[in-house]
Design a protein around this ligand. Structure first.
Ligand code: ZN
Ligand code: ZN
Length: 332
């Protein structure tokens, strides 16, 4: 069933708000923080997640160039990019962060595991950081705004770097507590998925290897698939997602009035299954559909719509025509 009754975006209060009730409206939360800084363990894992896939690309381009890219690698790359990417866009973002629809436990667990396989962190960490992003978007306390690093060219470049990658070494994982994640901390299956995070990380590279080994019987082809459908795929989707934080708060069009610098960017939307319609998303954070325009392809929304038809998703939230008209940018 599709429910079109959602609340419009409202300005965030300056003072901290109490523990989050479900469903969560992130814009009602305040500046309070749970941790003073991101943990050293998180910094090391982030460093590995950012550097290792880049080394994978270099090794793929150099060592394997011209001899080690088969149709099987391309298929596995596509399947893993799509499945794990939807784990982030449909699962981590639209389901767990914004509660834009409800789903049975088996679907929730599957999406949480697939999301973890992108190496973007445990779901509670991702969700609590992202809820704070909406609560403080492009203002003090936003974990990854590109607009808080000073003016001029130097400030702009520093801001883009911080929003794209730098924030993961300074402000990531600071909100893993009751304030921004109370509903998830009460969700036992999701807490279990969280605790097994390193298992999903290993599976993310081991599965392409195992599938290629089973199909071809060749260890070398297994390693080849590990590089392309494991390391390179993780690298590619990581940077597509990071671009939502950096590019989509800097470059693109604004269709709706929002109190931040969010933009719609079709290139990022293509690479992230619809997440690039980021201005629409900030205007209607609880909407399960981000591509609200007629030509705005939103693969994640198509997946949610199919899930709803198959009774795997319910209570799907969409903005009404009237709500959209009220905050539409004239000529936008
Ligand atoms: Zn944003
Ligand atoms: Zn969001």
């Amino acid at each position: 069933m599709i429910d079109t009754d959602i609340a419009l975006v409202v300005p965030a209060p300056v003072v901290p708000a109490p523990v989050v009730p479900a469903p969560v409206d992130a814009t009602s939360l305040g500046l309070a923080t749970t941790r003073q800084r991101t943990s050293r363990v998180s910094q090391v894992i982030t460093l590995v997640a950012v550097v290792v896939p880049a080394v994978g690309v270099a090794s793929a381009a150099g060592v394997l160039w011209g001899v080690a890219l088969s149709p099987l690698d391309v298929v596995l790359f596509g399947v893993f990019y799509l499945a794990t990417g939807l784990g982030i866009t449909v699962g981590y973002h639209r389901l767990f962060t914004h509660r834009s629809f409800e789903a049975p436990t088996a679907v929730r667990v599957t999406l949480a595991v697939l999301g973890a396989m992108t190496l973007q962190g445990p779901v509670t960490q991702w969700v609590t950081d992202h809820r704070k992003h909406h609560a403080r978007s492009d203002a003090e306390g936003d974990p990854h705004s590109p607009h808080l690093s000073g003016g001029g060219i130097v400030g702009t470049v520093r801001g883009l770097w911080h929003a794209h990658v730098g924030w993961m070494f300074s402000t990531k994982g600071m909100e893993r507590g009751e304030l921004y994640g109370g509903d998830l901390y009460a969700d036992r299956p999701i807490r279990l998925v969280d605790r097994c995070y390193l298992v999903w990380v290993v599976l993310s590279v081991a599965l392409p290897f195992a599938i290629a080994l089973a199909v071809t019987g060749s260890w070398r082809r297994g390693v080849e698939a590990l590089v392309w459908a494991g390391l390179v795929r993780i690298f590619a989707f990581e940077h597509a997602t990071f671009a939502v934080n950096s590019i989509c708060h800097t470059f693109g069009r604004r269709a709706y009035v929002a109190r931040d610098e969010s933009r719609n960017n079709w290139v990022v939307a293509l690479l992230t299954f619809g997440e690039g319609w980021h201005n629409n998303h900030h205007a209607f954070p609880r909407s399960a559909r981000h591509g609200l325009g007629r030509l705005q392809l939103d693969v994640s929304w198509l997946v949610i719509a199919v899930m709803a038809r198959c009774r795997l998703a319910s209570e799907v939230h969409l903005p009404t025509e009237g709500q959209r008209r009220r905050v539409a940018v004239v000529g936008g």
